[in-house]
Ligand binder design. Structure first.
Ligand code: AMP
Length: 459
């Protein structure tokens, strides 16, 4: 398996990755980082949620710190263009996180906020500038910024840029860039006009793509139940009671959502743990170990946290929330039906998630079998037990004294807990150990249990 250490990234970057608890590169990172380290142009077909930001920013940060030089006033060495201010802010934050042990300056500029502060921030020059196209051109027009020194140019979410009518701004910006530069172009889709736009920016690019392979889902029985969002927890309890589960992965879209599901299950006396980015590495390791060994049958996960999970004997994947990126769905349900085994995927679809499911069915060229709500469902909803904190903290179990102290303080209304940083450092130390444990482990329960009821193959 590829690890971040294989890429030859600067030690300061590897430190930042350890602090963020990243251990396994995502597919787009595995494909994109090596050619980018060699200075190649890149055309990436990937959506948000795939880890593409680290895919392009890690090798760029590596370049900026390996070849340091003083920035000129009102200029930048790396320019990232994003269609929306939210995405721009998110990218900038990621760059700050990945570059936290370096002296690189990262600035974001977008419209809708006063321009003067942005002018001041750019006056000395910055290494990394993340911008939306309109405000970038305003700043250029006001002589607050020049693009002559750009060494790395990233165009993110090109298809959305086109949809938002940025094409003329992009053409103008392209003319202001120096001819010698590295270019990175990302788009979720690559229709003809986007491919044409890419050609204008890129020189002999490497193309990488993380579009889902429809074939992965063939061995998996897929079911879908339409249910109101607020009734999903009751449905989950019903499914757990009626299905013959060896091990189930339950997916939520958010970290808080995952914790909520665990608390509700605990309220009903059902043991589960959550694994997501807010957990320390020791908690994540512990949860995974408990899941692998069969101590717990239910693991609640967010998409990205589940990437490194490779556990055999997962009989069920339950999509408590539907991913808005079809590729995530394929990744999720691919956790079951490993090594030729059969698996079952059950999706809980709220009214506002129907379009996501339609996209998924189009991309995977498969259709989920409708699974009706249980007969006594209204009663189940009415009698849903109140959520409680799981009997033992999901994963700390005496392993993480920091977290236990924090929780004790919270309970007493005591001093504010230490920030996540303490936990993160603790977690970083656990990474290597996790990998080793993973290799040594032999699951106790190898077979996927027979499923109750008729399981009809779909797809
Ligand atoms: P992106 O597609 O770049 O927006 O990334 C989606 C989320 O995945 C972000 O919250 C990142 O912090 C997280 N992420 C990216 N790469 C990894 C990785 N290799 N391991 C764990 N989390 C990651």
């Amino acid at each position: 398996m590829t690890t971040f250490n294989d890429f030859g990234l600067h030690a300061d970057i590897n430190r930042a990755l350890a602090a963020k608890d990243y251990s396994v590169p995502t597919p787009i990172q595995t494909q994109a980082i090596p050619p980018l380290m060699k200075g190649r142009d890149l055309c990436g077909i990937a959506q948000t949620g795939t880890g593409k930001t680290a895919g392009f920013s890690l090798p760029s940060i590596h370049h900026l710190i390996t070849y340091p030089h003083k920035t000129n006033p009102r200029s930048c060495r790396m320019l990232v263009l994003a269609p929306t201010r939210e995405l721009a802010a998110q990218i900038a934050q990621s760059c700050r996180d990945y570059g936290r042990f370096t002296k690189l300056r990262v600035t974001t500029v977008f419209g809708g906020v006063p321009i003067n502060k942005q002018i001041r921030e750019l006056s000395q020059g910055v290494e990394i500038l993340v911008a939306t196209p309109g405000r970038l051109l305003d700043l250029i027009d006001q002589r607050a910024l020049r693009l002559d020194d750009v060494e790395i140019f990233v165009l993110d979410e090109a298809d959305q840029m086109m949809d938002m009518g940025f094409i003329h701004s992009l053409r103008r910006i392209a003319k202001l860039l120096p001819s010698r530069r590295q270019n990175l172009f990302f788009s979720a889709t690559m229709p003809k006009e986007i491919a044409h736009l890419a050609e204008q920016f890129l020189e002999d690019p490497v193309t990488v793509s993380v579009t889902p392979a429809a074939t992965t889902v063939e061995k998996i029985s897929q079911y879908a139940t339409f249910v109101e969002q607020k009734e999903k927890q009751a449905l989950l309890h019903a499914v757990i009671a009626s299905e013959d589960i060896d091990r189930a992965l339950i997916f939520t879209r958010t970290k808080h959502g995952a914790d909520r599901v665990v608390r509700h299950l605990a309220g009903a006396g059902i043991k589960a743990m959550a694994i997501h980015g807010n957990k320390s590495q020791s908690q994540r390791t512990h949860a995974l170990q408990a899941f692998r060994s069969g101590d717990i049958k239910l693991l609640v996960a967010t998409d990205i946290a589940a990437r490194g999970i490779d556990v055999s004997g997962v009989s069920h994947v339950i999509n408590f929330e539907i991913p808005n990126v079809p590729e995530q769905y394929v990744h999720r349900i691919g956790r079951t039906a490993r090594a030729g085994a059969e698996g079952k995927a059950i999706s809980f679809i709220a009214p506002d998630e129907r379009p996501y499911m339609r996209d998924i069915e189009r991309v995977t060229r498969s259709k989920s079998e409708p699974m009706p709500l249980p007969e006594n469902f209204n009663e189940l909803v009415r009698n849903l037990p109140k959520p409680v904190a799981p009997p033992r903290d999901t994963g700390s179990q005496g392993r993480d004294p920091n977290r236990q102290r924090q929780e004790a303080n919270r309970g007493r209304g005591g001093a504010k807990p230490q920030g996540e940083r303490g936990l993160r450092r603790d977690g970083a130390a656990g990474e290597g150990a996790e990998g080793q444990r993973k290799r040594r482990f032999r699951p106790r329960n190898k077979s996927v249990g027979a499923h109750k009821g008729a399981v009809k193959r779909v797809g």
